[in-house]
Ligand binder design. Structure first.
Ligand code: HEM
Length: 426
């Protein structure tokens, strides 16, 4: 394959011959320009300035980036041309990651997905909603009297992992180490090699999976590790891999999404009040927040030479699919940067689309709805701490570094907002 030398304001680099020069941008998905001050604004800028629905960047080994909602939707759906065999850039790094069922394509992918889906249905989520609500309430009670907290560490980082530990009857004291290993696998800070973190994570889950295979409970994980694939019971290795994937996929995403949603509400008293006054708006508000604050950027491997949006893609090229740019696309949603809890026909790919669409989406929606209900019923008025400097980072999952919140403890108001343990929100 031929290459061409090119120069931008920032760098000189080479681009393959099949990349039209007008499609070249200088964009690093791990450090989008301006990301520190605004994660979504940084992605939106790329969309606003892009000359097509697909552009190419020399960063991270060189890869394509989709810029529009329709293109994102189409590539997610088209597993025949766009494979999940490699989902990370640089490609050499992505090729080392084998995750079940994320890095396999249909038809092999299907039986694993059916198994995952069956454990994470809306009905299965409704069954544990009461427990999620209890947990959410107790985490908020731990900080309410203080009048301040770092929401990220005091609540968002704890909720999803405590739910998991509670479901499989493990001590909550294990949460910090599990979170640390998961972080080293998804956003390493260099303190532990990826391989060591993965091994520690699997070593922890190993006896848990054994126990649940010998003495299954009525929980989601028991269901998963004892399920059937192609008419046979899943093997121990498959059970371990599927459990690890469910746990990891539901951590960083939920932690950061809850922080984005709460940051928005902390800065927007009218929206807060609207939810306090109209609890029935919650399901629509939840969907609108997922549209407005998408945060996963995932890759696909081009399987064969093909054409897309007027350009040639070569077999082996990587394409980045930023879910951020679907919900924020004005061709898909009017005034996309505004949050409107009454918006009709919401269009987004925040949970992906097609065969790999997030099986945890019903759980994620419930975690957000319960969080908002439980928080607003106890702390209806809150703001970002005046001295706080909110900073963001890019990556596979967009991230808020810390979210310091403050509220008055003088006149605690009881607001009957919580939907109650039996009310489905999924
Ligand atoms: C804010 C919350 C969440 C967001 C935004 C999110 C987003 C996504 C996206 C975009 C994908 C598609 C990846 C692809 O196309 O390759 C995905 C896959 C996945 N998600 Fe989620 N997710 C969230 C929460 C969860 C939760 C709570 C769980 C677990 C209970 C979970 C489990 C998974 C799994 C297992 C996959 C892989 C599915 C497959 O490859 O077939 N996610 N998620």
């Amino acid at each position: 394959m031929g290459v061409r030398k090119m120069t931008t304001e920032a760098a000189t680099f080479t681009a393959p011959d099949h990349v039209p020069p007008d499609r070249v941008v200088d964009f690093d998905m791990y450090h989008p320009p301006g990301v520190e001050k605004g994660f979504h604004a940084a992605w939106k800028k790329l969309q606003d300035e892009a000359v097509g629905d697909i552009v190419w960047t020399p960063r991270n080994g060189g890869h394509w980036i989709l810029t529009r909602g329709r293109a994102i939707h189409d590539v997610f759906a088209d597993y025949q041309r766009f494979s999940n065999k490699c989902i990370l850039v640089p490609k050499e790094v992505g090729e080392k990651h084998t995750l079940l069922p994320t890095t396999i394509d249909p038809p092999e992918h299907r039986p694993y997905r059916m198994l995952l889906n069956s454990g994470l249905t809306p009905a299965a989520v409704r069954r544990i909603e009461g427990s999620i609500r209890q947990l959410a309430g107790s985490l908020i009670e731990q900080v309410r009297a203080e009048g301040r907290c770092n929401f990220t560490t005091a609540y968002a980082e704890k909720l999803p992992i405590h739910i998991f530990l509670m479901l499989v009857d493990l001590p909550v004291e294990d949460a910090p180490k599990l979170k640390y290993w998961a972080d080293q696998m998804t956003r390493p800070d260099g303190s532990m090699p990826f391989e060591d973190a993965t091994r520690a994570f699997y070593d922890y889950l190993d006896p848990v999976v054994d126990r649940l295979r010998e003495r299954p409970g009525d929980d989601m994980l028991s269901h998963l590790v004892n399920g059937e694939v192609d008419g046979r019971k899943v093997t121990k290795d498959e059970a371990l891999a599927l459990s690890a994937q469910v746990l990891i996929a539901g951590l960083d995403t939920v932690v950061n999404f809850l922080s984005f949603a709460m940051l928005f509400l902390a800065r927007n008293p009218d929206h807060r009040q609207e939810l306090v006054d109209n609890p029935e708006l919650m399901p629509k508000a939840v969907e609108e927040l997922f549209r407005r604050f998408p945060l996963v950027t995932i890759g696909r491997l081009v399987k064969e030479d093909t054409r897309f949006d007027g350009v040639s893609l070569r077999a082996g090229d990587m394409v980045i699919v930023p879910t951020e740019l679907h919900g924020l696309d004005e061709r898909e949603n009017r005034c996309p940067m505004d949050v409107d809890f009454h918006r009709e026909d919401i269009s987004h790919s925040t949970f992906g689309y097609g065969p790999h669409r997030c099986p945890g989406m019903h759980l994620a929606r419930a975690e957000l709805a319960v969080t908002l209900e439980e928080w607003l019923s106890r702390i209806p008025d809150f703001q970002v701490a005046p001295d706080a400097d909110i900073t963001y980072r890019g990556g596979l999952v967009g991230c808020i570094d810390a979210l310091p919140l403050v509220w008055s403890t003088e006149k605690p108001r009881a607001v009957p907002l919580a939907g109650g343990a039996d009310q489905g929100t999924a």
